[in-house]
Design a protein around this ligand. Structure first.
Ligand code: DGL
Length: 266
């Protein structure tokens, strides 16, 4: 059986990348809903309908678990999908809790999409952990557009982020939460702008840890042998239902994994 991982676009590869490290002996279906990206500037109802389509696809493709590799889709639709589908659904959320814990009293900036920032789910999470009122929320919708056109470290990206951060006294912050999976591609530019002691954190490792826990508890961890891990065909990539087969497309995906690997320890 497969593990399904999906996002509106290439952001979800952040979680796939992490899953391949922590669960190399599995088969994956990666689905980027490219035709409908971005999700973060849509309404809640629009995102629910789109996520429902993807979930149907996953259910038809023999998935034993589905990872919603999109903070926006988790915020808008995870609960509703859990009521509708019997497949376990693990959804990424902004890593607000560990960020507050590790910021040692300094402020925490949570960057996400406009819909994630608007949704009750994030507001409730913040309410739960932010007794000292140290958390600020910032929507960065344009970063998703930059990512989807493969523009990761241009002068325009840097200017966009400098402008967005100009409203904040960055020296007061201890943590920047990357609350959208697309944002991991920009860690080098974030690093350039942020003071050295501001740490970046995202929810991908915790989400895959949760996936491991769910599969273990259901006795469904892959035993497909390490050969699968060495074999590129352990992941099938789909763009809104169309499987990527062309070398040029798969080469691009490979470059995205390489970029994420470079960004990992920044
Ligand atoms: N990557 C997604 C997230 O984590 C959403 C990007 C978008 O489509 O707006 O929220």
């Amino acid at each position: 059986m497969n593990i399904g991982i999906f996002d509106s676009g290439i952001g979800g590869i952040t979680l796939l990348h992490q899953a391949l490290v922590m669960l190399p002996n599995e088969k994956y279906i990666f689905y980027a809903d490219t035709d409908n990206a971005p999700y973060g500037t849509k309404s809640r109802d629009q995102v629910i309908a789109l996520v429902d389509n993807v979930m149907r696809f996953m259910a038809e493709h023999d998935c034993k678990a589905v990872v919603i590799a999109c903070n926006t889709a988790t915020a808008a639709a995870a609960e509703i999908m859990r009521q509708k589908y019997s497949i376990p659904i693990i959804g990424i959320e902004p890593a607000v809790k560990p960020a507050v814990r590790e910021s040692h009293g300094k402020r925490v900036l949570v960057a996400a999409t406009p819909l994630t920032v608007r949704e009750e789910k994030l507001k409730n999470l913040v309410k739960l952990v932010d007794d000292a009122h140290l958390v600020d929320l910032l929507a960065l919708p344009k970063l998703v557009e930059f990512a989807e056109r493969g523009e990761f470290s241009s002068a325009a990206v840097e200017q966009y982020l400098r402008d967005a951060f100009s409203f904040y006294e960055l020296a007061q912050y201890g943590e920047l939460v990357l609350g959208c999976t697309h944002f991991n591609y920009f860690k080098d530019t974030f690093r350039k702008i942020l003071p050295n002691d501001v740490h970046m954190i995202d929810g991908s490792e915790g989400t895959i840890r949760q996936l491991v826990h769910v599969l273990k508890s259901r006795n469904q961890l892959g035993t497909d042998c390490a050969a699968v891990a060495k074999n590129d065909t352990s992941v099938r990539y789909f763009s809104s239902g169309r499987e990527l087969k062309e070398k040029v497309e798969l080469d691009y995906v490979k470059r995205l994994h390489e970029r994420l690997e470079k960004m990992r320890n920044l």
